[in-house]
Design a protein around this ligand. Structure first.
Ligand code: THU
Length: 126
């Protein structure tokens, strides 16, 4: 199944009683495995985890280290652009020419991570 479709499935599990903004993500790693995630909110808002990071942390905790592509969707009918923290976390495990797929006007559109996070602070920045 397309990553976008898997992200839509994952979005159904979103726990978003505060924002009512549901987000889903699905990623594929260089080993060919797929991981999905949803946003998980908390009454202490800062403890909320975004859908992208849920999927990334699931993958990393299973031993994966390299993400090739990630698709992100929301139920708002607008592109689910990843937040700054998620872009930074992605940059730890994805090459700068890794692909982020967003749904724009009902069509998947691919972006390079380097275009969403130029001049990132990465492991080779130190
Ligand atoms: N959210 C995500 O899941 N991913 C993002 O990149 C942006 C924001 C979630 C967090 C929160 O549950 C809701 O969207 C509103 O901020």
């Amino acid at each position: 199944m397309e990553l976008i479709e898997l992200a839509k499935q994952a979005m159904k599990q979103a726990y978003a009683p505060y924002s009512h903004f549901k987000v889903g993500a699905a990623l594929i790693t260089d080993t060919g495995h797929i991981y999905t995630g949803c946003n998980i909110e908390n009454a202490s808002y800062g403890a909320t985890n975004c859908a992208e990071r849920t999927a990334i942390f699931k993958a990393i905790s299973e031993g994966e280290r390299h993400i090739k592509k990630i698709a992100i969707v929301s139920d708002a009918g607008k592109p689910a652009a990843p937040c700054g923290i998620c872009r930074q976390v992605l940059s730890e495990f994805m090459d700068s020419d890794g692909i982020v797929i967003l749904e724009i006007e009902n069509k998947p559109k691919e972006f390079y991570l380097k275009d969403l996070l130029p001049y990132c602070f990465c492991s080779d920045s130190m």
